[in-house]
Design a protein around this ligand. Structure first.
Ligand code: TMP
Ligand code: ASP
Length: 240
């Protein structure tokens, strides 16, 4: 597969065309951003760690029957993925209250959410990714009713698979964000799953291992991502 021109550059990843129009290359950079790009830093090794973390999780999800765009790792910082037409929505499931839901509803961080709750956000940095409901999605034609119901079904399925995976490693999956796209008529999980887009706490001490370490200036950001990976059995050895 030959890498061609850059198609798009986001806050933490760049996307390249390939010589096959059905596939793209995702390049995970060391750039780290929070608060819709207001806080930015380059963190050594982060691109490599997230690339391998994402590959491991995507393979687990695929094995559990979730359709994913991930095809294979190409090198330390790049993966081959299917080209999708992305829907402009972010799907968030929360098992424990943290982040924006605490600020929005005056809830204490750490409260168990039973059953887990689901939120849609509009992917739009300039607007600060506002939360939207299903009526907004319908009226503004951001997704069809069928796509909405499939996104919810798959996002909750991911929760069942990953809650157990993290718990087996002594960790709690607090919340996470997924993005979906279309390949023909099929709705497929796109983007990435890494500690940049979820919250993971130690099950005993509730120590934070995810991007909140960056958002809150707690330090040891990439080291914490690697610790999570090691507990899941991910190898970060160089593959070139
Ligand atoms: P929040 O508490 O800021 O709403 O975020 C909930 C989860 O979703 C958290 O794990 C971070 C992730 N997330 C992103 O990665 N990017 C986003 O743009 C949003 C809104 C959430
Ligand atoms: N990923 C978003 C950003 O880079 C939101 C966040 O993580 O705070 O700004």
């Amino acid at each position: 597969m030959e890498k061609q021109a850059e198609l798009y550059s986001g806050k933490a990843k760049s996307v390249y065309n390939t010589d096959d129009e059905k596939y793209l290359i995702l390049h995970f950079r060391n750039d780290t951003s929070a608060f819709d790009g207001k806080k930015r830093e380059k963190l050594d090794r982060k691109g490599m760690v997230n690339n391998k973390f994402n590959a491991f999780i995507m393979e687990k999800l695929q094995a559990a029957g979730v359709p994913v765009h991930f095809e294979r790792l190409l090198n330390d910082n790049e993966s081959l993925v299917k080209r999708l037409d992305m829907l402009p929505l972010e799907c968030v499931v929360r098992n424990i209250a943290a982040g924006s839901i605490c600020r929005r509803y005056g809830i204490e961080e750490g409260k168990d959410l039973t059953p887990a709750t689901f939120e849609f956000f509009l992917k739009d940095d300039a607007l600060g990714d506002p939360m939207v409901n299903e009526y907004h999605i319908r009226s503004f034609h951001w997704a069809s009713d069928e796509q909405v119901s499939k996104m919810k079904e798959l996002t909750f399925k991911v929760n069942e698979v990953l809650k157990k995976l993290f718990l087996d490693g002594g960790m709690l999956l607090v919340d996470y964000k997924l993005e979906f796209g279309m390949s023909g008529d099929e709705l497929i999980l796109g983007d990435e799953f890494s500690p940049d887009g979820c919250r993971i706490w130690d099950a005993e001490t509730r120590e934070k291992f995810d991007k909140d370490r960056f958002r809150q200036g707690l330090g040891n950001v990439v080291e914490s991502y690697e610790r999570v990976g090691e507990r899941l059995g991910i190898s970060f050895a160089s593959i070139g």
